[in-house]
Design a protein around this ligand. Structure first.
Ligand code: T3D
Length: 261
């Protein structure tokens, strides 16, 4: 249900249950978590593409596993979210390498959280974010309320989530959630090109940049200034920084080292 392949230094991870629009069950959650952890631990991997097989990115929780006609008691959704979804959101957010989401189609429910936890989202023209939770009697999970409130503001986030509404690719781009929108047939190549560009970049500096941006959501300016100084200290000691400055002075493109070198 999760497939992956290497494209040079890029690990392409594919949600591959197209017959149910890549809706997630416990096994698929575990496989995805393992794929993310394996990629992050592999020094040869310098960027990840996350995408879906077929016409959807991910339709959220597999509702066939929540069929009240087959369950003898209500499912423990607190446990499902805490043990199934939250580790995935944290793994995406805390990945040591940048993650490009190639949003090939609809993302619904927790699928929205997966996409919004990536670092750069490129969307196919027909893709959309469907805030499906309230349609089935649930509130948000997988970080969706956190991401959307910050990105859109409280009132717009409420209007979308209370109505179980959707944001199409163009609206998501206008709102700053999606970096670019591509024709469906061009999305895979665009996602790969973006990830390859990140993979060629200075891995440590990109990781520090993501850390600073994530911390900015909750830090005040003084705390952020201190953090930036600390992170710049780390970057300044890296071989990539020496190479970047040397390349500038020698008027040539920089050639950054592999991760961990
Ligand atoms: O439970 C917990 O652990 C708590 C955590 C919850 C997090 C969540 O993600 S809650 C939100 C769950 N997701 C949804 O409510 C979305 C459900 N899906 C839809 O609303 C629609 O499928 C879409 C709007 C995404 C797409 O609609 P459409 O008309 O393009 O496709 P379709 O015909 O509805 O779906 C195609 C097939 O995929 C269909 O199967 P079939 O009839 O061809 O055999 C459909 O049942 C299946 N499918 C789509 N979404 C799910 C699904 N199967 C299981 N679970 C799904 N989420």
């Amino acid at each position: 249900m999760i497939e992956y392949r290497n494209e040079g230094a890029v690990r392409v991870i594919v949600l591959a249950a197209p017959e149910r629009l890549n809706a997630l069950d416990a096994a698929m959650q575990s496989e995805l978590l393992a794929a993310l952890e394996t990629a992050g631990a592999d020094p040869a991997c310098r960027a990840i593409v996350l995408t879906g097989r077929g016409r959807a990115f991910c339709a959220g929780q597999n509702l066939a596993d929540r069929d009240p006609r087959r369950l003898t008691a209500p499912p423990d959704l607190q446990a499902s979210v805490a043990q199934g979804y939250n580790p995935l959101i944290r793994a995406l957010r805390e990945s040591p390498v940048p993650i490009v989401c190639a949003l090939n189609g609809v993302a619904a429910g927790a699928g929205v959280g997966l996409a919004l936890s990536c670092d750069i989202i490129l969307a196919a023209e027909g893709a959309r974010f469907l805030l499906a939770f309230s349609r089935i009697g649930l509130g948000p999970d997988s970080g969706v309320s956190w991401y959307l409130t910050r990105a859109l503001g409280e009132l717009r986030a409420k209007a979308l989530m209370l109505n179980g509404a959707a944001l199409d690719a163009a609206e998501a781009q206008a709102a700053g959630l999606v970096a670019a929108v591509h024709p469906a047939q061009a999305l895979e190549a665009a996602g790969l090109a973006q990830a390859c560009a990140l993979a060629d970049g200075p891995s440590l500096a990109l990781a520090l940049t993501r850390r600073a941006i994530h911390a900015a959501a909750t830090n005040d300016l003084n705390a952020q200034l201190d953090l930036e100084a600390e992170l710049q200290g780390q970057a300044g000691r890296s071989p990539d920084y020496a190479e970047g400055v040397l390349a500038f002075l020698e008027k040539r493109p920089a050639c950054f080292a592999a991760r961990g070198d």
